[in-house]
Design a protein around this ligand. Structure first.
Ligand code: GCO
Length: 470
């Protein structure tokens, strides 16, 4: 079958993504206060091999080289996050001038190089001082977040064009306060976890208001980055589709409905019973701020089946299908149709709104320079290309997709996995901190320069929800 062109819309953003704690290092330099991740990494057994983000990729020192590397590859955007405790060491009050100056230099250099800055205000690194006062279980933290957003918007709101309040608040709440596998590593009751979710949504609304009040750049885009479960019903039985639909409401719409419509999904609220969050008058109106875009992070699918669970809040996950190919992340099946399915489902359920794929990528932990000094990662090129082909098909169906950010620019601190996982399109030697662009970096850079690529045509495969609706 002859190859076809997969061309993307004009002005499509082609970028790479990182987050402060995962790449910066300099954990206690220049006035930065401790974050909950600095604390959590000291908990025995929390992080594989007892590793920490204290040094990470030393991006705090190598930032200029890292930006130049993206520019040389041909990328035109960079998604990064601001470390709250680097800007306000205790999470409140006076700004840490050296911390703000770092981000000012970083943004100014991006603009000089023609890399569109895509700034995330919160990528999980809460100042420890706020956690000591309750963290996200406390409504006050949402108020502190509003002040933090205003502070950063006053300093960078005249030049940063794209802002996200949060990255994956679902992980912040459920991994941080329910399972405890991420910082702050707490295991709270369902009601407390639901209250954390509510405080994060409230903080988002307050942060959006602060951004729009304080930032001066005309045409600034503000939104949020979510990681909806890419729910995939096991094929064949109507009850499996029904179970999957139910879990879409529980896992995804519990976030999307307040953000886009200003209310929690009624049926899910009912299933929660006494565990529902306390909602103050006006909260839902604050949460529902007009979004200029929605960022979506996606990697793999969640196969849902109708099984033994009697609790509508608890899904039955189907095992990996026979012969499933996975990345190095345990159980992360490689299944590129997720890209079309999620983009189409979000648009179908919530209306056409500007979307960015703010994270998509694969960890292959054996990545290393070969005898030729290059890092050959064909599996990652296949992963990126296959997912982009499905993104292209979503665009053809009318989805308003405006950009794609590979996770990640460079191998980095993968939370509880430490440095064992390598998601980067650029290899990092964690002894020398030498950066080596992998073959996938050169491939993505060329796609960015050409705004598309050639590949074999895709076989037809609408998502099961589309099939189920007929
Ligand atoms: C996330 C985070 C990233 C991760 C990446 C791989 O989506 O969990 O935004 O920080 O490193 O997704 O797990």
């Amino acid at each position: 079958m002859p190859n076809q062109r997969f061309d993307f819309p004009q002005d499509f953003l082609w970028g790479a993504a990182t987050s402060a704690y995962q790449v910066e290092g300099a954990a206690d330099e220049d006035g930065k206060g401790p974050s909950i991740w600095d604390t959590f990494c000291r908990r025995p057994g929390a992080i594989q091999r007892g590793e920490t983000g204290a040094e990470a990729c030393r991006h705090y020192r190598h930032w200029k080289e890292d930006l130049a590397l993206m520019k040389d590859l041909g990328l035109n955007a960079y998604r990064f996050s601001v470390s709250w405790p680097r800007v306000q060491s205790e999470g409140r009050g006076r700004a840490n001038e050296k911390g703000l100056a770092f981000y000012e230099r970083l943004v100014d250099e991006m603009l000089r190089l023609g890399l569109r800055p895509n700034l995330t205000l919160y990528h999980w690194d809460l100042p420890q001082a706020l956690e000591d006062k309750g963290g996200w279980t406390s409504r006050d933290t949402a108020l502190a977040f509003q002040d933090y957003c205003a502070l950063v918007a006053r300093r960078l709101g005249d030049r940063v064009p794209m802002w996200a309040t949060f990255n994956e608040p679902d992980c912040v709440s459920h991994a941080g306060y329910e399972s405890g596998v991420q910082a702050p590593g707490r295991r709270e009751s369902p009601q407390v976890v639901n209250q954390v979710v509510h405080h994060l949504l409230l903080a988002h609304g307050l942060g959006m208001q602060a951004l729009r009040r304080e930032a001066r750049l005309k045409g600034l885009q503000a939104g949020i980055v979510l990681n909806p479960l890419v729910i995939w019903p096991t094929p064949g039985r109507p009850e499996d589709v029904a179970a999957a639909e139910r879990h879409w409401r529980v896992a995804n719409d519990w976030w999307l409905e307040p953000l886009l419509k200003g209310g929690y999904p009624e049926e899910v609220w009912g299933w929660m019973g006494k565990d529902v969050p306390r909602v103050e008058p006006g909260d839902l109106q604050t949460i529902r701020q007009d979004l200029d875009f929605l960022g979506l992070n996606l990697y793999t699918r969640a196969r849902i089946t109708a099984g033994a669970s009697k609790d509508p809040l608890v899904p039955d996950y189907a095992p990996l299908p026979e012969g499933a190919r996975c990345t190095s992340m345990p159980g992360w099946e490689i299944f590129p149709p997720i890209m079309e399915s999620l983009l189409v489902e979000v648009t179908r359920r919530w209306g056409r709104l500007p979307l960015y794929v703010t994270e998509n990528g694969a960890s292959f932990s054996q990545d290393a320079p070969g005898p030729d000094g290059r890092v050959h990662d064909p599996a990652r090129i296949d992963y990126l290309r296959d997912h982009l082909q499905h993104a292209h098909r979503a665009l053809a169906s009318g989805v308003d997709l405006r950009g794609y950010f590979a996770w990640s620019l460079m191998d980095n601190f993968e939370w509880s996995f430490g440095y064992a996982q390598r998601f980067g399109i650029v290899h990092v030697d964690f002894q020398t901190f030498r950066r080596t662009p992998k073959d996938s970096a050169h491939w993505l850079g060329r796609v960015a320069r050409e705004n598309g690529f050639e590949a074999e045509p895709l076989p037809p495969r609408p998502s099961p929800f589309v099939q189920a609706r007929g």
